[in-house]
Design a protein around this ligand. Structure first.
Ligand SMILES: [Zn+2]
Length: 473
């Protein structure tokens, strides 16, 4: 029986892991990648936990899944009655976490639906997974709460390790294990902190035990092992609380956790906390998004000036994106605007008054050429990722993307985030992709691993995937 093990170390930066590997401090992972490789992949935007698990577990992007962020508002259903209509507003960072499974677009298939012989440990996405195949769901809630209040994340990883090693002994074809400690310690310190590195060393030991057990069972040859992360992280030096920013401009603004706001003119939904979606006049239901031209008009937010102009002048803001009047996407920063559109040839980028994606001029290329050309740039894969966001009906009118060193949430983030993610910057979008099988030389998005895993298990690929089978084993 062929088997696949997907180990996800939440929030691990590839450069941090690579430095430890080169220094010889990850001996078991070094053994793993010796027969395979230690590379990188590009995650999906917004680069934040749960949303960025979707690529691995569905092969589809957040936009396609219609789960564009960890917080969103259903513009067509929300009517301002904040309590009666609370189901039309979402935050997966609380009691609504369990709604993620049913929020995923019904035409998208999870790997658990396609591979019933799966086990998932500490997973936030469980659609299609029988309860006995999700052995740590109670522990995840218990240790998650301990971690939140006591800032003590290692017990979660230890629980995951125990269940992972048990799963080896079961007839599970696909095993998903999520290690949350690296992300937890990163948020309260920094991505290179001692506790982060210690948690990584402990995952290395778990990999050693996994390899030993598979070896003892004679199953190493039949197993694909992937060690990945859902996003990176970077140090936050300054918080620009975006909801407070709108209020300072005189705009009544609703934002989590206190949704009640009389006649709000804006709703701000932050992710990660390096990006946010903004909805104009959220208490009046409407199907269509408003264009950037319309968002610039003072009456849209009831302000005195063009708030978009003020926003892109903030040092914290790298760029904003919204739909244009012609159906294309408009991206704007302090230098001016450019458009992004889908064409028969892939994606076309056309600077008009500015060049926010720093491409240097107009360009049309296929999705995969965009990935290859921008993989190591300051905003990897931004053209593809921004267009993807606007595939989701639930996406706001405006996307706001933070510069490195900043995030968009201060007031209600307890404990304070000293490091974060969620933006389109390289430090957040690059993820490690380590495996016991040889990596190809085609640049990959994390969505591309799904077809590789199904192919390894000998299963047919659904025809609506965003990921492509470009890494064949
Ligand atoms: Zn994460």
């Amino acid at each position: 029986m062929r088997r696949c093990f997907l180990l996800l170390i939440d929030g691990l930066r590839p450069d941090v892991a690579e430095a430890e590997l080169i220094a010889g401090r990850l001996p078991h992972l070094a053994r793993l990648v010796k027969s395979g490789g230690a590379g990188r992949a590009i995650t999906s935007f917004p680069s934040t936990t749960s949303v960025s698990y979707l690529p691995f577990l569905t092969g589809c992007t957040p936009g396609h899944c219609n789960v564009p962020s960890i917080r969103w508002l259903d513009r067509s259903r929300y009517d301002g009655r904040w309590w009666r209509s609370r189901a039309a507003v979402r935050s997966y960072c609380g009691y609504q976490a369990g709604m993620l499974d049913s929020d995923i677009s019904p035409e998208v298939r999870t790997i658990f639906e396609l591979v019933p012989e799966s086990v998932a440990i500490f997973t936030m996405i469980a659609r299609g997974l029988a309860p006995h195949r999700n052995p740590a769901s109670v522990e995840r809630q218990f240790w998650g709460a301990v971690a939140h209040y006591a800032l003590w994340h290692q017990p979660s990883d230890d629980a995951v390790a125990g269940h992972l090693l048990q799963a080896v002994e079961q007839p599970a074809r696909f095993v998903f294990a999520q290690f949350p400690a690296v992300d937890g310690y990163t948020h309260q310190t920094d991505p290179r902190a001692k506790q982060v590195i210690r948690s990584l060393h402990l995952v290395d030991e778990v990999v050693g035990r996994l390899l030993a057990r598979l070896g003892a069972r004679g199953e190493l040859q039949n197993s694909l092992i992937l060690v990945v992360s859902d996003h990176g992280a970077s140090v936050v030096r300054e918080h620009l609380d975006l909801a407070e920013w709108f209020r300072r401009q005189g705009v009544p603004t609703m934002a989590h956790p206190v949704l009640w706001q009389k006649e709000p003119a804006a709703a701000v939904m932050v992710a990660g906390n390096g990006s946010a979606m903004v909805y104009a006049q959220p208490d009046v239901p409407r199907v269509r998004r408003w264009s950037l031209e319309r968002l610039r008009r003072p009456e849209t937010f009831g302000s005195r000036e063009d708030l978009i102009e003020l926003l892109v002048a903030e040092p914290a803001v790298a760029m904003v994106a919204a739909e244009g009047d012609g159906g294309q996407l408009t991206v704007a920063d302090g230098t001016g605007e450019a458009t992004l559109s889908r064409t028969d040839g892939g994606i076309r980028y056309a600077p008009s008054s500015g060049d926010p994606l720093r491409i240097g001029g107009p360009r049309e290329a296929t999705d995969r050429e965009w990935l290859a050309a921008t993989f190591d740039s300051a905003m990897p894969d931004a053209a593809y990722q921004l267009l993807d966001q606007f595939r989701a009906e639930r996406t706001g009118d405006l996307i706001v993307i933070a510069n490195e060193g900043y995030d968009f949430r201060a007031r209600f983030e307890i404990p304070e985030h000293k490091a974060g993610h969620g933006s389109l910057i390289r430090a957040h979008m690059h993820t490690p992709l380590w495996s016991n099988r040889r990596l190809g030389d085609v640049p990959l998005r994390t969505i591309d691993l799904f077809p590789t895993m199904l192919h390894w298990l000998g299963l047919p690929l659904p025809d609506n995937l965003d990921g492509e089978l470009v890494w064949k084993l």
